[in-house]
Design a protein around this ligand. Sequence first.
Ligand SMILES: C[S@@+](CC[C@H](N)C(=O)[O-])C[C@H]1O[C@@H](n2cnc3c(N)ncnc32)[C@H](O)[C@@H]1O
Length: 257
Amino acid sequence: MIYQIKQHIKFLINSTNQHGVHSPFVFDLVTNCFYDSTKYPEYQNIKDFKNRLKKVNHKISVTDFGAGSTKLKSSERKISDIVKHVSISNKNSKLLFRICKYFQFKNILELGTSLGFATQAMSLGFPNSEIISIEGCPEITKYASNQFQLQQLENIEVINGKFSEIIPKSKHATYNLVFFDGNHTKEATLSYFNMLLPKANNNSLFIFDDIYWSRGMTEAWEIIKKHPKVTVTIDTFQWGLVFFRKEQAKEHFKIRV
Ligand SMILES: C[S@@+](CC[C@H](N)C(=O)[O-])C[C@H]1O[C@@H](n2cnc3c(N)ncnc32)[C@H](O)[C@@H]1O
């Protein structure tokens, strides 16, 4: 926690808005996507989905595969507690929605469905996309799949299994977007990054959640930034965005969102 606060202060000192950005690609992304203040009607769906699950006191049996939450340890968990402790914020769901709308990614892969808030946001952002979302816990997988059916989000396929076992079997040769949102440890993050690197093309985007969650996660982020295939990166504090566009000079941005 102290680590995160210290890193946040550093981030606030070193980050900029669009005015510090000279790259046209990043400037456009920041002004027309990150800072797009349109009140999209889909934001209501994002809010309603979370508000509905916040009230569900039903318990499910949870198998924890990741670094785990610092607050939730027991294997029986209330849906409302999962919403509170391990889910993406509405602010970030909306940003993910705008990112998918802006780039119109066709093939999307998410590591860590949980209850499916991020998956829903990506699905609404570009309904023509095909989203594969992997979740290790069988009960959560079932719960999230039902939620997508209820909302008639038909472009989502949830696969139950460990990331390390499912990724090598994945059917797409390339992914336009990969959202890394499970197992927040240095080793695991680097291992999934290396496994998915061959599936990135020039226009792919990798988003890593919680890059300041721990010293190890920040170390993983620094190693990823240095990778020769990586060109532009954007650090929003919560997320690290990684681009592979060969036409861009290697440059690292810190942007307040
Ligand atoms: C932080 S939550 C994902 C939050 C979610 N994307 C959202 O929108 O709220 C991480 C999820 O990843 C799953 N997970 C973690 N490590 C995993 C692994 N190695 N294989 C499969 N699932 C894993 C956990 O069970 C958990 O549900």
